[in-house]
Design a protein around this ligand. Structure first.
Ligand code: BT5
Length: 326
C-alpha cells in the first residue's frame, strides 16, 4: 500500500517538478534524507516499473516525461488532497475494486483509501448488473469513506462523486450531465456509472464504498453490442485519447474538495451544481415503469421528486429512469 510519504513517491515528485532536466543525485539524496546508494536502488525499482528515468552516472537522474500509468508513485506524487487518496493501491487485475475496498473497510481500513485497477473481471453495477471493464482503457476505482452521518444522507456521497466526475469531464470539454441516481451522461449516453455500497450500524454509516467506472479510451466497436447505442467514452466524444492518470487525479481532487465541504455541512453548492448540470430534471420520466411524470427536483435525501399527471409529487428513492416523450 502506498502513501504520499513513500520515498518512491517523493522521488517522482522531485523529478516530475523538473521533467526533462537532470537532477543531481546528491541533491535528491539529501532532500530525501537517504544515502545515494539507497536512492539508486529506488530509482532502479521505479525504472523496472516502466517509469522513464534516465540515469547519468555520478551526475543524477532525469525523468523524460510523465507516462500515462496509474501506478502509485505517478498518481500520489501529483495528488494534493487532504483525505481522498491518502493511501492508494493499484492492481493490474481484480474481480471488482469495490470488493477489495469492502474487504479492506471491513478490516478497519481508514477513510480516503483508493483502490484502482486496470482491468476488472467482475466489474459490477447495481442489483448485480455487470459493468463492462476492458483492460487498459478506462478508469475503475473505489474510495473508502467513513462519514459520521446517518444512512439517510448517504446518497449525497453519490451526488458529490457524480459532481466530481462531471467537473473533470467538463474541464476536458465534454458537456457532461448527471443522470439520477448514479450516472454521468454525455450526448445522451452513459459515460460513467457510480456504485455506492454502505455498511451501517443502528442507522449510522460505518463505511461507504464509492465505486466509479469511467469510459475513457474505449472505442465504440469494443463495447458489447447491447451497449453500443447506450454507452459512450471520452475518446468517442472528443475524437482523441485522454490521459487516464491526469483524469483520475482530477476526479480524486474534486471529490476531496466536495467531501471536505460535505463534512462541514456546506452542501448548498453541491445541490446547486448537481441541479445545474442535470440530465434528468425538467424531463418527463418513467421510473422502473411505475412512476411517470415530470422530474422536478431532488429531496435532501436524494429522492427524485416526480410530479405525476394528477399533480401530485411522488418521491422516488431508487430505480432506473427512462426519458419519455409522451
Ligand atoms: C452503475 O450501475 O452504473 C455502477 C457502475 C459502477 C462501476 C464501478 S467500476 C469500479 C467499481 N467496481 C465495480 O465493480 N463497480 C464500480 P447501474 O446503474 O446498475 O448500471 C449498470 C448498467 O449499465 C448495465 O446493466 C449496462 O446496461 C450498463 N453498462 C455496463 N457497463 C457499462 C459501461 N462500461 N459503460 C456504460 N454503460 C455500461
Amino acid at each position: 500500500m502506498s502513501t504520499k510519504s513513500d520515498k518512491d513517491v517523493q522521488i517522482i515528485k522531485i523529478l516530475s517538478e523538473r521533467v526533462g532536466e537532470l537532477v543531481s543525485g546528491e541533491e535528491m539524496a539529501i532532500s530525501l534524507g537517504i544515502s545515494r546508494v539507497a536512492l539508486r536502488k529506488h530509482i532502479y525499482r521505479l525504472k523496472e516499473k516502466g517509469i522513464p528515468i534516465e540515469v547519468y552516472e555520478r551526475k543524477g537522474y532525469k525523468l523524460s516525461h510523465i507516462p500515462d500509468m496509474l501506478i502509485p508513485p505517478l498518481v500520489l506524487s501529483q495528488l494534493n488532497t487532504e483525505i481522498i487518496g491518502n493511501k492508494y493501491l493499484f492492481f493490474d487485475v481484480v474481480d471488482s475494486t469495490n470488493n477489495i475496498a469492502r474487504k479492506m473497510a471491513e478490516e478497519g481500513e481508514k477513510e480516503g483509501t483508493v483502490i484502482a485497477a486496470d482491468y476488472q473481471t467482475k466489474g459490477r453495477g447495481r442489483l448485480g448488473r455487470e459493468w463492462f471493464s476492458p483492460k487498459g482503457k478506462n478508469l475503475y476505482f473505489s474510495v473508502i469513506l467513513r462519514p459520521p452521518i446517518s444512512v439517510s444522507l448517504a446518497f449525497q456521497l453519490t451526488m458529490l462523486s457524480s459532481v466530481a466526475v462531471c467537473r473533470a469531464l467538463r474541464k476536458r470539454g465534454l458537456d457532461a450531465l448527471i443522470k439520477w441516481p448514479n450516472d454521468v451522461y454525455v450526448s445522451g449516453r452513459k459515460i460513467c456509472g457510480i456504485l455506492n455500497e454502505l455498511e451501517s450500524k443502528k442507522e449510522k454509516v460505518e463505511f461507504v464504498i464509492i465505486g466509479i467506472g469511467v469510459n475513457v479510451n474505449v472505442n465504440l466497436s469494443e463495447f458489447p453490442v447491447e451497449l453500443r447505442d447506450r454507452a459512450t467514452s471520452m475518446l468517442i466524444e472528443l475524437g482523441h485519447p485522454v490521459n487516464r492518470r491526469e483524469l483520475l487525479i482530477d476526479i480524486l481532487t474534486f471529490m476531496d474538495q466536495w467531501y471536505l465541504k460535505f463534512l462541514k455541512g456546506e452542501k448548498r453548492e453541491l445541490f446547486f451544481f448537481w441541479r445545474e448540470h442535470n440530465w434528468t430534471l425538467g424531463k418527463r420520466v418513467v421510473v422502473d415503469n411505475k412512476v411517470e411524470g415530470f422530474a422536478i427536483g431532488i429531496s435532501p435525501y436524494g429522492e427524485l421528486l416526480v410530479r405525476n399527471d394528477k399533480g401530485e409529487t411522488v418521491k422516488v428513492s431508487s430505480g432506473d429512469v427512462d426519458i419519455t416523450n409522451r
